[in-house]
Design a protein around this ligand. Structure first.
Ligand SMILES: Nc1ncnc2c1ncn2[C@@H]1O[C@H](COP(=O)(O)OP(=O)(O)OP(=O)(O)O)[C@@H](O)[C@H]1O
Length: 364
C-alpha cells in the first residue's frame, strides 16, 4: 500500500508558548486507510491535523499529500489549504444554518466555480442518506443529520484526504455509536484516506485501521487497534487504553516468572532483561470462590472491596494483601456472579493475559 500522507519531523510552537505543541512528529498514512490520532487533551492532535490541512504552519518539517510536497520548511514551500485537495469535518460541523442541505453540500463546488454540480451533490447526499432532505434548511435538522451534511460537504469535491476533528463528540451516546458505524461504512465505500482526531479510545479502536497514540506533542507508537490494545509497546498506551492494572515487576533469573508486589507471577512472554511493568486488563482477571484453585499458579486470596454496577457487567475492586501492603486491582464480574462487597475470593491472573513491558526511557 502506498502512502497518501507523509509527515516528516513536524515541529510547531505557538507564539507566546514555551512548550512545543509538536516536537518533531513523523508518520505516514497509507492510501485508503482510516487512521486515528488518539491521545489526551492537549497532546497536539488538533494541531497536527490543522498542519496537514494547511490551517496551521509548522515551524519546521515537511508534509506530502498524494505524493506532492505541500509544506517544506527548508524549501520555503507552503501550499494553501484550498489547494491541498482535502475535506474537513469539525466538532461543530460548521454548516450554514441559513442554507438548505443542498446548498451546504454544494458549497465547496461553487467555491471552485463548478456550474454543473447537481449530480455530484445528489450523489454525496445519497452516500450519507440525506437525499430526501435536499431542500430542508440545515437549522431544522437533528445533530446527527447536521453531522451528515458536514460529511457530505467534505466528500462532495472528491478530495484525496478527509480530516475529521472529533466529529462525533457533540452527539449523544446512542447516536455516536450509530454514526461510528456509518462513518466507517462511508469511508470504506468511498475509499477515501481519512485521519480522525479523538480522545475517545472506544471510537479509535472501533473505527481505525491504525492508531497513532500521542502524548506531549509526540507520537509514541503506531499500530492496528488489536495489537495496540493487546500488546502495546509503551507504558503510556497500556494505561491510556482500557484501564489496565499495572504491577511493577522484577524478572526472576532464568525463568518465566516476575516478582511483583502481590507475589510471583508466571507469564508467557518476558523481555530479555531488566525491570518490567506488568499489565492485566480488568476483563481478563478471574474471580473464583475461596478455597478453590489450591496451588494453581497466579492465584491469590483477595477480598472484593467494591462493586460498581455498570449495566452489562459489574466493575469491582479486589484487594490482595501483598508483601508490602494491600494492592487493589480492578476486575470485571459477570452479573450472574454471587460475590458481595466484602466477600473473600480467589483472584487468578491467567499467564497469557499478562503483558510485560520493559521499563526503559523509550517505553515510558
Ligand atoms: N492557538 C493556540 N495558541 C496557543 N497555544 C495553543 C493554541 N492551540 C493549541 N495550543 C496549545 O497547544 C497544545 C496542543 O493543543 P491541541 O489543541 O493540538 O491538543 P489536542 O490534543 O487536540 O487537545 P484537545 O483534545 O483538548 O483538543 C496545547 O498545550 C494547547 O494549549
Amino acid at each position: 500500500m502506498t502512502e497518501m500522507i507523509s509527515l516528516e519531523s513536524i515541529v510547531k510552537t505557538y507564539p507566546g508558548s514555551r512548550v512545543p505543541a509538536l516536537k518533531g512528529v513523523s508518520l505516514d498514512v497509507r492510501d485508503g486507510e482510516f487512521f486515528t490520532l488518539l491521545g489526551p487533551s492537549g497532546c497536539g492532535k488538533t494541531t497536527l491535523l490543522r498542519c496537514i490541512a494547511g490551517l496551521e504552519n509548522p515551524d519546521a518539517g515537511a508534509i506530502r499529500i498524494g505524493g506532492a510536497a505541500v509544506f517544506d520548511s527548508h524549501r520555503g514551500l507552503n501550499t494553501g489549504p484550498n489547494k491541498r485537495n482535502i475535506g474537513m469535518v469539525f466538532q461543530s460541523y460548521a454548516i450554514w444554518p441559513h442554507m438548505t442541505v443542498f446548498e451546504n453540500v454544494a458549497f465547496p463546488l461553487r467555491c471552485r466555480g463548478e456550474r454543473d454540480l447537481k449530480a455530484k451533490v445528489m450523489h454525496a447526499m445519497e452516500v450519507v442518506g440525506l437525499e430526501a432532505f435536499a431542500d430542508r434548511y440545515s437549522s431544522r435538522l437533528s445533530g446527527g443529520q447536521q453531522q451528515r451534511v458536514a460529511l457530505a460537504r467534505a466528500i462532495v469535491a472528491q478530495p484525496d484526504v478527509m480530516l475529521l476533528d472529533e466529529p462525533l463528540s457533540n452527539l449523544d451516546a446512542a447516536l455516536r455509536g450509530q454514526m461510528r458505524v456509518e462513518l466507517r461504512r462511508l469511508q470504506r465505500e468511498v475509499g477515501i484516506t481519512t485521519v480522525l482526531v479523538t480522545h475517545d479510545q472506544h471510537e479509535a479502536l472501533a473505527m481505525s485501521d491504525r492508531i497513532a497514540v500521542m502524548s506531549g506533542g509526540e507520537v509514541l507508537e503506531v499500530n492496528d487497534p488489536r495489537e495496540l490494545y493487546e500488546r502495546p509497546s509503551t507504558i503510556f498506551s497500556a494505561q491510556f487504553l482500557g484501564n489496565a492494572n499495572r504491577l511493577q515487576g522484577t524478572r526472576a533469573e532464568g525463568s518465566h516468572t516476575v516478582s511483583t508486589p502481590i507475589g510471583v507471577l508466571s507469564v508467557d512472554t518476558l523481555p530479555a532483561t531488566g525491570d518490567v511493568a506488568c499489565f492485566v486488563r480488568p476483563e481478563h482477571i478471574e474471580l473464583h470462590l475461596p478455597s478453590t484453585l489450591n496451588g494453581v499458579p497466579n492465584s491469590f486470596s483477595a477480598t472484593v472491596t467494591e462493586i460498581r454496577y455498570v449495566g452489562e457487567y459489574c466493575e469491582c475492586d479486589v484487594t490482595i494483601n501483598g508483601k508490602d501492603g494491600a494492592v487493589t486491582l480492578r476486575a470485571r464480574m459477570a452479573l450472574s456472579d454471587a460475590f458481595q462487597s466484602g466477600a473473600a475470593c480467589i483472584v487468578r491472573l491467567p499467564p497469557e493475559s499478562i503483558h510485560c513491558i520493559p521499563i526503559t526511557a523509550a517505553t515510558l
